[in-house]
Design a protein around this ligand. Structure first.
Ligand SMILES: NC(=O)C1=CN([C@@H]2O[C@H](COP(=O)(O)OP(=O)(O)OC[C@H]3O[C@@H](n4cnc5c(N)ncnc54)[C@H](O)[C@@H]3O)[C@@H](O)[C@H]2O)C=CC1
Ligand SMILES: O=C(O)[C@H]1O[C@H](OP(=O)(O)OP(=O)(O)OC[C@H]2O[C@@H](n3ccc(=O)[nH]c3=O)[C@H](O)[C@@H]2O)[C@H](O)[C@@H](O)[C@@H]1O
Length: 430
């Protein structure tokens, strides 16, 4: 089967590479020439475990990158374009709309086509915003020769290939039998190889769009809830992690996403929770619980800095920040909790020295004026305090490195460091 994927960022590259791996021929369109060159050279344009090997095997062969929409062939195209937040939290559809128009022009006169929205979009977008643009540019009719579907993606950064090839569920929304049949063919090899528990859900267009937001809103709220429980535990001197471990034994709760601490960041939870809150308000519904989900999350970095204040006045003092990425396993710093933490330290007049195993260069672009160390030990040396922001495994192994601190005050936002003799330790939610 021939599949086109428009957009070759995080999602587009991952799905294109895996479609090639399961035997499809893939054309991957992107406006960025360096991305296209990487694909055709067999190199991964993004950092993700396992992707280099897939690109080396298929890039430039059954997976071809191009900037030219006219190279689209076959009869199914996935749109994997960015849908970033606007100032009011609603999503910016400009990349999606530009791609829809280019796609429409490219497939005009080619016969029937199935267009699949892979990006995260609010209910109604596929039918009311994307489909009409493709239809007009292609001079086609939705439901006759133009078939439309929405297929949200649930993979996590750092586990993208693993999650895509072995998902809990594949969700396909449409109102069109041709689209359902085509998507079933696309996913047939993946379903055949996936775990028995993988569910294949066929639903409506707007339901599919909403399922993605509901999924992320639920997970973000779960973390904010365990953070609120953790904050209350802290007031009582109760170990929040023992509490979480025990409630996780109730299978209705589960142990996933119960790690309390500095809260959630990344390219999706903040953007998606903002988008669904804005969409709700647009329809006159006040999303009070989701507002609280965000409010709790926003306060966790302030609480971490408040704990530091209880132990030290850091004006003019060197403070180490351990971890900059929004979670371990990635160099992605979008909406990382490290940003408000560093800003808070700067406003207190501290001299910040930051370390992360992979995200230093990205952070340097954001904060060019702070110091960066090339290891945790170097960051800790001579520091009057250390704040742990990201739960990288290597921070759990730190021990004698704390002895080189001027004052070994460690405030842990992720419960990674072990309490030990010789350091003053405080944790955010325990
Ligand atoms: N990153 C993630 O882990 C997940 C992302 N998503 C959703 O998937 C969508 C895509 O996200 P990412 O892949 O992270 O975005 P990204 O920003 O990594 O990549 C988007 C790509 O689209 C290209 N592009 C922009 N305009 C274009 C155009 N007119 N024609 C062709 N290419 C164009 C860009 O050059 C870029 O390579 C978003 O809606 C996101 O919310 C969903 C699940 C997980
Ligand atoms: O829509 C998306 O793009 C994706 O968003 C998240 O994936 P991701 O942002 O890659 O990362 P997660 O592993 O979910 O972590 C998100 C944030 O929550 C935090 N977190 C996670 C789990 C936990 O128990 N506690 C906690 O604070 C992490 O530190 C991180 O900052 C979802 O897990 C994916 O299912 C979804 O496809």
């Amino acid at each position: 089967m021939h599949i086109n994927v428009v957009g070759s960022g995080y999602i587009g590259t991952t799905i294109a590479a895996w479609f090639a791996e399961i035997g499809h021929d893939v054309t991957n369109v992107d406006i960025d020439e360096s991305v296209v060159a990487a694909i055709n050279d067999g190199r991964a344009p993004i950092h993700e475990p396992g992707l280099d090997e897939l690109m080396a095997a298929h890039g430039g062969e059954t997976l071809v990158g191009t900037t030219d929409y006219d190279e689209i062939s076959g009869d199914v195209t996935f749109l994997a374009l960015p849908t970033p937040s606007k100032g009011d939290g609603s999503i910016d559809l400009s990349a999606m709309e530009a791609a829809a128009e280019s796609l429409g022009e490219a497939i005009a006169g080619d016969g029937e086509h199935v267009v699949v929205v892979k990006s995260t979009v609010v209910p109604g977008t596929t039918r009311e915003r994307v489909a009409p643009i493709v239809a007009e540019a292609a001079d086609m009719t939705v439901g006759e020769d133009l078939h439309v579907a929405m297929n949200p993606e649930f993979l996590r950064e750092g586990y993208a290939l693993e999650d895509f090839k072995n998902p809990d569920k594949i969700v396909v929304g449409s109102e069109d039998s041709v689209a359902f049949e085509t998507l079933a063919d696309v996913y047939d090899p993946l379903m055949a190889a996936a775990a028995d528990e993988t569910a294949y859900v066929e639903t409506g267009l707007r339901e599919a769009e909403m399922i993605k937001y509901a999924n992320n809103a639920f997970l973000a709220t779960k973390i904010s809830l365990i953070n609120e429980i953790g904050n209350i535990c802290k007031e009582y001197g109760v170990d929040a992690y023992e509490v979480a471990d025990a409630i996780a034994l109730d299978h209705r709760i589960s142990e996933q996403f119960l790690r309390s601490g500095l809260g959630w960041g990344g390219s999706c939870f903040p953007k998606d929770v903002a988008a669904i809150r804005a969409a709700a308000r647009e329809r006159g519904y006040e999303p009070e619980l989701l507002d609280a989900t965000v409010a709790v999350n926003d306060k966790q970095p302030e609480r971490l800095l408040g704990l530091l204040d209880e132990h030290r006045d850091v004006a003019g003092e060197r403070v180490a920040v351990l971890g900059l990425s929004f979670k371990p396993g990635t160099d992605d710093i979008r909406y990382t909790r490290a940003i408000p933490v560093i800003e808070g330290l700067q406003s207190r007049g501290a001299e910040v020295v930051a370390y992360d195993p992979v995200a230093v260069e990205n952070m340097r672009a954001e904060f060019p004026d702070i110091a960066y160390a090339d290891g945790a030990a170097a960051a800790l040396e001579g520091a009057h305090a250390a704040l742990v922001v990201t739960d990288w495994d290597e921070f759990a192994a730190l021990d004698s490195e704390f002895d080189a601190m001027a004052d070994p005050v460690v405030i842990d936002g992720r419960r990674v460091v072990e309490r030990r003799e010789g350091i003053t330790y405080d944790g955010l939610t325990w």
